[in-house]
Design a protein around this ligand. Sequence first.
Ligand SMILES: NC(=O)c1ccc[n+]([C@@H]2O[C@H](COP(=O)([O-])OP(=O)(O)OC[C@H]3O[C@@H](n4cnc5c(N)ncnc54)[C@H](OP(=O)(O)O)[C@@H]3O)[C@@H](O)[C@H]2O)c1
Length: 236
Amino acid sequence: MSGQTIALVTGANKGIGYEIAAGLGALGWSVGVGARDASRREAAVEKLRAGGADAFGVPLDVTDDASVSAAARLLEERGLDVLVNNAGITGGMPQQPTEVTPETVRAAVETNVIGVIRVTNALLPLLRRSASPRIVNMSSRVGSLTLQSGGGDTGPISAAYAPSKTFLNAVTVQYAKELRDTNILINAGCPGFTATDLNGFRGVRTPEQGAAIAVRLATEVETSGGFYDDGGVVPW
Ligand SMILES: NC(=O)c1ccc[n+]([C@@H]2O[C@H](COP(=O)([O-])OP(=O)(O)OC[C@H]3O[C@@H](n4cnc5c(N)ncnc54)[C@H](OP(=O)(O)O)[C@@H]3O)[C@@H](O)[C@H]2O)c1
């Protein structure tokens, strides 16, 4: 055992996930780049290594049981201290509730919620062996019912993406409840409106800025079951 902290970031081939991997790599951690496409994954691993990070590729489609099981097997020998559930999709816009298709809703929930549960549960046996395990779920303030019902700036009307993040927040709280008597900390984070493929690069923050909250939740926050952005606590 080298004593080096080992992390896995899902959806780390681009956008915020890539920058989370870079941020954790800059701490001297060994970082698994979870990505479903081989060439995008290898390109990201190479770029991270060129920047000095100790990165390795983890083939991973969060919607696929076999892929997730294989990822858990791949990590078995290395171990795992920190899991960042970052992979996410909108499911496609627009998502007016009166017109949205069940397929759109199902796709968002399958990746953003069930994918997180699938990956987390497959990797929990490894995390339980860590001295300081943490799980970070990349959520969004669009999942805040308080903000959504309060007339704040919470993005477009969305019957799939935003509720999938509300669901993810609720699931995060349930994990925190079950894991209360363990050393595993689990929190949800919002990166802010970040320029990535997810929103056609309309976001106003850089992916590096968007990644900062995940890095903080992976390293600094000592409580569990919370929802944070760079400004502090986000209301449920
Ligand atoms: N951008 C924002 O303003 C914003 C705001 C709030 C929250 N977020 C959240 O932040 C996270 C990262 O988003 P982003 O903006 O960086 O989006 P992005 O650039 O579109 O990146 C999404 C990542 O998730 C991966 N992914 C999607 N489905 C996957 C699957 N089934 N299995 C494995 N990987 C999968 C994508 O891989 P491929 O390249 O293979 O598609 C990509 O690596 C998401 O959870 C998102 O909801 C983003």
